[in-house]
Design a protein around this ligand. Structure first.
Ligand code: OAD
Length: 239
């Protein structure tokens, strides 16, 4: 592995990690784009937009319950576990994820900024209250009488401004930024590694293929995150 990258990771105390669907691929959760991607099988505009929910909330809930069922069968993989070890190792650590599956939390991470929401939470469509998902027949209802919606950022919606502001701040201040398993085409998440790099961070990318972020990276690690992150971490810990 690249010596400069290893030294940078050994010497810093400040690391930001950004993950996308690729980190969960080895846990059995399909990615969104590429072969077998969710958006190849299902039409995003019929399922993941406010218009789709307004038109047919039952269908949208059916899709999210289907995804919850799939996710509940999955466990964090070695890639998630290494990122959890990083949180314990570095005094100034933040994980930013685009994933809604909750696997980082299951692996033990606590300092997480969930940019796109969480499949295990829901939000009241009237008073915006966010609660943990509870299983029920049909469409879940809030005690105020209104229906809940999945606490997910859909196409055409803005991200939570507090979370986003925090993500931009830690990215701009980071000394080492590691981006794992994202196609780098969905904004504003895709801007975070670029901003980190512009502000002087050392940028490492882990992906099975090159992305629009790759040309900005100081180090591109080509391969599966569940295989590469443990190898990288072993080397960091060797003195
Ligand atoms: P994508 O499906 O767009 O991209 C997944 C990336 O992971 C690709 O670049 C793959 O090459 C890479 N990959 C696949 N398997 C991998 C592995 N084992 N190890 C490392 N890399 C691997 O997923 P995202 O970039 O996360 O938004 O997509 C961004 C957003 O688009 C999602 O959060 C979702 C979607 O629409 C919302 O739901 C709001």
């Amino acid at each position: 592995m690249d010596k400069k990258m290893i030294n940078m990771m050994r010497e810093t105390s400040n690391i930001v990690v950004l993950t996308g669907a690729g980190i969960s691929q080895e846990s059995g959760i399909p990615t969104f784009r590429g072969e077998g991607g969710l958006w190849k099988k299902f039409r995003a505009e019929e399922l993941a937009t406010p218009q789709a929910f307004k038109k047919d909330p039952a269908l949208v809930w059916e899709w999210y319950k289907f995804r919850q069922d799939k996710v509940s069968e999955c466990k964090p993989n070695p890639g998630h576990h290494i990122i959890s070890e990083m949180e314990r190792f570095y005094s100034d650590f933040t994980l930013i994820t685009q994933n809604v599956d909750g696997l980082h939390r299951k692996a033990g991470n606590t300092k997480i900024l969930e940019l796109h929401g969480n499949i295990w939470k829901m939000r009241c469509t009237a008073d915006e209250r966010v609660v943990d998902y509870f299983s029920c027949e049909g469409i879940p209802k809030c005690e105020c009488g209104a229906i809940f919606r999945p606490h997910i950022v859909w196409f055409g919606e803005s991200l939570d401004s507090n979370i986003l502001e925090h993500a931009f701040k830690v990215s701009a201040e980071s000394l080492v930024f590691i981006v794992v398993g994202t196609s780098g085409v969905v904004h504003p998440a895709a801007q975070l590694p670029i901003i980190a790099r512009e502000k002087g961070a050392y940028l490492i990318e882990v992906n099975t293929e090159r992305t629009p972020i790759s040309s900005h990276s100081d180090c591109f690690l080509e391969g599966k995150s569940g295989e590469l992150l443990p190898v990288l971490w072993d080397e960091i810990k060797q003195k």
